[in-house]
Design a protein around this ligand. Structure first.
Ligand code: COA
Length: 174
């Protein structure tokens, strides 16, 4: 059976066996994700195999003090705090790792960020890398480390939008 398309997490999804290799990300999915989604803190999108979640990401609005932004994103006289978006989680079950699912889910998240920022604003997408290996994953995808914290990284929405367009992907809002 092929994996599902990304869809919002709901109570019918089986998250109990999810194991991505980073306990904090497994624990968050199993104990916090659904209530965070229901309360509107985070939108949690999953892909699943017959109901069993094999990958997920979480997106939320956020705001950061201008001083943490990389210089190329801060530019000019930004508001304080600076409206941004937060990709708080991205994880794939180890059984399905290395098959492009993470890349596909990230593409889905980036398109949503471009669409969301068109509707409500947002200067950059922020990610919190769980460790230095994850930070390297983000740097290879165009994210720049925060001033002072190598595990907090940003990519401007304008840069993401340009890459989405260059890849021929549709980020129009219907
Ligand atoms: C990082 C992760 C989401 C990638 O998902 P995936 O479906 O295996 O990824 P893909 O098959 O699309 O691509 C493989 C990429 O993941 C990278 N990767 C594999 N394991 C990784 C890990 N533990 N940490 C960081 N990156 C990892 C590979 O180096 C490769 O990156 P590259 O294309 O830049 O060389 C997945 O390995 C994972 O859930 N890791 C644990 C949680 C994590 O580190 N999340 C990242 C942000 S906090």
């Amino acid at each position: 059976m092929p994996l599902s398309a990304p869809e919002p997490l709901n109570a019918t999804h089986d998250v109990s066996r999810f194991t991505c290799g980073k306990a904090a990300l497994d624990h968050w999915l199993q104990t916090r994700a659904l209530s965070n989604q229901e309360k509107g803190f985070t939108v949690v999108m999953v892909v699943h195999d017959a109901g069993r979640v094999v990958g997920y990401y979480g997106l939320a609005p956020t705001a950061v003090v201008p001083t943490v932004l990389p210089r190329s994103i801060k530019t000019g006289q930004p508001p304080d705090p600076v409206p941004c978006l937060l990709l708080g989680q991205l994880a794939i079950d180890v059984e399905w790792a290395g098959h492009g699912i993470g890349t596909g889910l990230l593409r889905h998240a980036l398109i949503r960020c471009v669409q969301g920022a068109r509707l409500i604003g947002g200067r950059a997408l922020m990610v919190n890398a769980i460790d230095p290996q994850a930070a390297e994953f983000w740097r290879r995808r165009g994210f720049l480390a925060s001033r002072g914290d190598p595990l907090m990284l940003f990519r401007s929405i304008a840069d993401i939008a340009a890459s989405v367009t260059a890849a021929g992907l549709d980020a129009s809002i219907r």
